[in-house]
Design a protein around this ligand. Structure first.
Ligand code: ZN
Length: 494
């Protein structure tokens, strides 16, 4: 009671009392006349009350499966009450088993899953760099269908990553058509966010084509202008999406509020031809011809990313612990090597996660202002976004820079994802919806995660309710595992 409600729809804040019975909101009352009898009252005077955030892009699948990290506390502390997993084309192989596990083990937030194109392709074709045969195509479609029947929300694809990078557009359209029959969505880490192959704009055009031809809403994951060749192209990218939307193709995107992406030596620098086939990395590197070809391509990829000063080594393997926190340039200096040679050496020793400082602030805020761009953390280990995205967006882009109003930020983090992905009865504070509710003072919300300490929890959420249960009580996690696996709402006829 007494809180200022921002209901998620984008409407301005208003004062109201909210009533909850079990897991459901039963009233949002502005008249203060009803005299409800309550078992417990939370006084939210001076606080904002809003829907819990819905994060459409995380890599929390491993955490939710874990018997300790299943609390998903890094998200709960950010005010996130629903996460999507299975993004970027990598999902559980058995979607039904995943739902069963969540239910039996308990999870701290609600969870939604995609079926991953890369996962399905790998199950059927391994790491082969060619088109599927008719029979293989049939097997992939059957796996996608089975996952959709088990409740997956749609198909995710990581066309930038091997093995999905070996797929042509037609293959994706065929799989997306299966998903469209179920009313599902298509989510993609686009083939190129930079100038690697088809280019940023070419990759957005491909996404639009897939959506249009498969008859499915398309969603661009973590939209960005990655690297020197495409800096400043956000206007062109926005125009492509706006044009598609104006002719009725449903395209949306999500974005995390950091100038660095989280990737790896392999993801950022190694060409995809090198990853095809089943030989070991070390074996391939021993072939001098392959190695010199690799070095040429890696040098070019390093230039795209802005050079060795812009790559931060965040999670080297045990052999290279001393490189943690160094840039690739510093690592190369330490080893007295050329940066490309140093990168190849790290690759030989098992690779490393990287922070890749490859975005410009102007492109970030330009995308952020678009009505179809939602918040998404893309949370992955070693990058602070996994622990800090939502508080950082409030602190930096609402409170400090005023890029968005708080109402706009909350809309892009609750109602917009709920509508886009047809998550029923969530994302708006209104009677009949599930009680996923957060209570906070925007000025008190803080992200503490950095590249040096990426696993620092955020603070400032006074209360977080998940399905009516208190997960955060006066800023402290209660131990509740109140989340549910959310299966795609069954459509008529399916
Ligand atoms: Zn991605």
């Amino acid at each position: 009671m007494n809180g200022q409600v921002i209901d998620g729809t984008g409407n301005a804040a208003y004062f109201a009392d909210i009533g909850i019975a079990r897991d459901t909101i039963v009233f949002v009352d502005t008249s203060y006349t009803r005299g409800w009898k309550t078992r417990r009252t939370i006084d939210a005077k001076g606080y904002i009350v809003s829907p819990g955030f819905i994060d459409p892009h995380t890599h929390a699948g491993g955490d939710l499966r874990d018997s300790i990290r299943n609390s998903n506390i890094n998200y709960v502390m950010q005010g996130v009450t629903t996460v999507f997993v299975g993004n970027d084309g990598r999902s559980a192989r058995d979607i039904e088993a995943q739902f069963t596990r969540w239910e039996s083990q308990g999870i701290g937030t609600n969870a939604v899953t995609y079926v991953g194109h890369g996962t399905v392709r790998r199950m059927v074709m391994g790491m082969r760099d060619n088109e599927p045969t008719l029979e293989e195509m049939g097997s992939m479609k059957a796996l996608v269908r089975k996952a959709m029947e088990a409740g997956a929300i749609g198909l995710s694809s990581g066309l930038y990553y091997a093995p999905a990078s070996y797929a042509n557009t037609r293959e994706v359209i065929e799989l997306a058509r299966v998903v469209a029959e179920f009313g599902g969505n298509y989510d993609v880490h686009i083939r190129d966010e930079s100038s690697y192959n088809v280019g940023l704009l070419g990759a957005i055009e491909e996404t639009i084509r897939i959506s249009e031809l498969a008859g499915i809403p398309g969603h661009i994951a973590h939209i960005k202008c990655l690297g020197v060749d495409v800096w400043g192209k956000s206007n062109d990218a926005i125009r492509l999406v706006e044009n598609a939307r104006s002719r009725g193709v449903a395209i949306t995107a999500d974005q995390y509020p950091y100038t660095a992406s989280g990737t790896s030596i392999t993801g950022a620098l190694v060409p995809r031809w090198f990853l095809a086939g089943d030989e070991e990395v070390g074996e391939k590197l021993d072939d001098p011809e392959i190695r010199s070809r690799l070095a040429v391509d890696m040098k070019e990829n390093l230039r795209r990313r802005g050079g060795p000063d812009r790559l931060l080594i965040t999670r080297p393997n045990d052999q290279n612990k001393e490189l943690k926190g160094l840039t690739l340039q510093e690592a190369a200096n330490k080893w007295d090597m050329d940066p490309v040679e140093a990168a190849i050496e790290i690759l030989r020793q098992g690779g490393s996660a990287l922070g890749s400082f490859n975005m410009q602030e102007e492109d970030i805020t330009n995308f952020m202002r678009q009505s179809w761009v939602m918040t998404g953390s893309d949370g992955s280990r070693g990058h602070p976004r996994k622990f800090g995205s939502y508080p950082k967006k409030i602190r930096e882009y609402v409170m400090n820079k005023g890029v968005l109003t708080l109402e706009e930020m909350i809309y892009r983090s609750s109602t917009l994802p709920a509508m886009t992905f047809k998550i029923q009865k969530r994302g708006v504070l209104k009677p009949g919806n599930y009680a996923d509710i957060i209570i906070f003072k925007p000025g008190e919300v803080r992200d503490h995660a950095t590249f040096e300490n990426p696993e620092e929890l955020s603070e400032g959420m006074y209360y977080v309710l998940v399905n009516g249960q208190t997960a955060i009580d006066k800023g402290v996690y209660t131990g509740a595992l109140a989340g549910r696996g959310l299966k795609r709402e069954q459509q008529n006829g399916n």
